[in-house]
Structures are given as C-alpha cells and as structure tokens.
Design a protein around this ligand. Structure first.
Ligand code: NAP
Length: 344
C-alpha cells in the first residue's frame, strides 16, 4: 500500500486528506454526541466514553466535526489534577486540546471560515476539549488544515508545533547561525523543534536515546547526543537551550550556554539554578494563534516540516493512548481517531 510522503510511516494513504471542501457535515438532531469525559480528577479509570451534549458555537467560534484528536502530556496532567492551581475546570470535562476536522457551522461574526472547510486547531485549554465527535474553537485559534497529510496526522500538529515555534522564536528569539540544543528531540514538541530550528538556519544539537537517533538525524539535526550514554554538558557555546524535560537535565544545561545564552523551558525554570549560574531562564505556556498555525500548515505542504505519528488509537482506546503518553517514550505524536471510517 502507498504511504504518505510527508509523514512518518504508520499512517496509510487511504485516510481522509484535507481538501478545500469536505463533504458537508451536520449536527446530530438528538443534541448528543460520543465523548471521553472525566467527572473527577484521577487515574485512567476516570476516563469515561459516554454521551455528552453537543456544544454550541458562540459568535466568534466555529463548530467542528472532529475527525481526530491529538493526545498531549497536558491531557493526563489535567486528568490527574496537576493543573488545578492554574486552571479551574467544571466537571464533567471533555479532555483533549488538539484536533483536526471539518467545519459544520460558524458563529455570526466569523467570516474567514465556512461549513465544509477542513481545519485544525488547538482550542481554548480552559474549556471542554475535543476527545469528542464535535467541538468548538475560537476562529482566531483555527487554521485551514494542510492538504498534503491526512486529518488524523494533522490532529497531532497544532499544540506541539506551536509550542516548538513559541519556545524557539517568540520566547527564545532564535536566529540564523545561532546554536541551539533541543532536549527531548524525539517527543511531540521536540520533533517539531528540531525541524523548525533547522528551517530557521540554526545549528541544532539534540538529545535523544539510541532507538530514535536515526529519526532525529533524518529530521536534520547537526549533532545528536544519546542522553543515556553521553554527557551533553560537555558541549560549549550555545545561544539557546530548548528544554522539554526539566529536572536534572535542565540543571546540567546552564553550563553549555555562552555569555548571553538563555534557556527556554516548556516545563518551568529552576530559578535558583539559573541564578547560581548567572543565566536567564524563561518558561512559557503556549497561546494558540491561527495565523501562526497557518504558517506551520504551509511548511507541511511545502514538504519542509514532517509530521511523525507514533501511534493512532480509536477514541474508545483512550486509556491505552494515555498510558503510552505517560510512559515518557512517545516518538512523535499520539492521535485518537474519532470518525468511524478513519482506519486505526
Ligand atoms: N508550556 C507549554 O505550553 C507546553 C506545551 C506542550 C508541552 N509541554 C510540556 O513539555 C513536555 C514535553 O512535551 P512532549 O509532548 O514533547 O512530550 P512527549 O512527547 O511525551 O516526550 C516524550 C519524549 O521525551 C524523550 N525523553 C524522555 N526523557 C528524556 C531525557 N532525559 N532526555 C532527552 N529526551 C528524553 C523520550 O525520548 P526517548 O524515548 O529517546 O527517551 C520521548 O521521545 C511535557 O512535560 C509537556 O507537558 C508544555
């Protein structure tokens, strides 16, 4: 069987590819849809596949039939209550803040999109998510889906790619010919970070483990450090460390920075260590931006940015998907397919 040319090997060509106009989707007359919700914080057992009310789009929102939802570490962190000091949720809560699908209808103030458009988005993380047949998103968070990959591959893109982009360029201010070390290069965020940093013309060093070395090389990294066998802290003169791991990995990273070098982290900064080393560390929370995501879609369609899918599960196997994400060994992205005719 033919394989897609611009994505990793697990997803086959027969899947739904975004075209300008998909078949028109309608909202169920029952007002109910299938969704995965939690009714309280806790372990895998709190994930319930059940009926939920179909959401309604506000004036600035779009109403989307979800074809696939991406799985990210934040999903199980929220499920376990680890984010409750930052975001307060009402229960039951639909998890999942990464999606691709087709617009069913748009709010009265939305002019950029219309019914039938294939789109992808990271919707508002403080609201119900998209482990569901239908979801809503602010139009300003939405972009037209890439046309060179399937919608299930596209569902793995918005959150991780925008995190990589934000960390490298908007927070880290990475420029051509600068030197960046990317920790966690084979993870969801890292895969995009390696490629985006190369596109920007940087020298890219990357940490990963032996089974993922070839993959990271194929994404363009100039130097690969097997963090289980080699000591990355002997590297020198880096302008930026992009850290998706934290802890002891972050602690050993300060010393590789040059005089003005900074460390940007997706998982928080140990300020004491930064101070001790006389360096600047910055952490951030990714804010969605449909225009930024549209640029990323363009890079995918120009074959400059590859999407790497580790595994695809049906929505009903959400527990297995969370287990894999929590293993810390994900290679690229995990997606949940929501529509019945998406092969698993
Ligand atoms: N601040 C934000 O807005 C934001 C946004 C997105 C993500 N995040 C956070 O950023 C972190 C990374 O997210 P993600 O989606 O990329 O996670 P992920 O996909 O689960 O990352 C898994 C990868 O981490 C690698 N890894 C594990 N330990 C490592 C180490 N010591 N050194 C180098 N690589 C290591 C693994 O590689 P091996 O299998 O080779 O070990 C695996 O490929 C998560 O904590 C997530 O919650 C924050």
């Amino acid at each position: 069987m033919e394989k897609s040319t611009n994505a990793d090997i697990v997803v086959e060509e027969e899947e739904v590819i975004a075209t300008k106009e998909q078949k028109v989707e309608t909202s169920p007359s029952s007002g109910k849809m299938k969704a995965v919700r939690i009714h309280k914080y806790g372990g895998l057992e709190t994930l319930v596949y059940e009926n939920a009310p179909v959401p309604e789009a506000g004036p600035n929102e779009v109403f989307i039939k979800v074809y696939a939802a991406g799985v990210n570490p934040v999903d199980w962190k929220i499920r376990e209550g680890k984010m409750k000091d930052f975001i307060s949720y009402d229960f039951p809560l639909i998890l999942g803040w990464d999606m691709a699908g087709v617009i069913v209808s748009v709010g009265s103030l939305v002019s950029r999109f219309k019914a039938g458009d294939a789109v992808f988005a990271r919707p508002d993380i403080s609201q119900n998510g998209c482990y569901a047949e239908y979801a809503i998103a602010k139009a300003s968070d939405v972009a037209f889906a890439p046309v060179s990959i399937s919608l299930s591959q596209a569902a793995g893109v918005p959150l991780a790619s925008q995190t990589a982009w934000t960390g490298l360029f908007e927070v880290g201010n990475l420029k051509r010919n600068q030197r960046v070390l990317i920790h966690g290069a084979s993870g969801g965020v890292g895969i995009f970070a390696v490629q985006l940093a190369k596109i920007a013309g940087a020298y890219v060093a990357a940490t990963t483990s032996a089974p993922n070395k070839e993959l990271i090389k194929s994404l363009g990294a100039d130097e690969i450090i097997d963090y289980q066998k080699e000591n990355f802290s002997t590297l020198k003169n880096f302008d930026l460390v992009f850290d998706t791991i934290g802890g002891e990995t972050q602690t050993r990273s300060w010393q590789i920075l040059n005089k003005d070098g900074i460390l940007v982290s997706t998982v928080g900064i140990n300020e004491e260590e930064a101070k001790k080393n006389g360096k600047v560390g910055k952490s951030f929370m990714t804010i969605s931006n449909g225009a930024r995501l549209q640029e990323i879609a363009g890079l995918i369609d120009k074959r400059m940015l590859r999407v790497v899918i580790d595994k695809k599960f049906p929505l009903t196997q959400v527990k297995e998907a969370h287990e894999l994400s929590q293993s810390g060994k994900t290679r690229g992205k995990i997606v949940l397919s929501v529509i019945d005719n998406t092969p698993h």
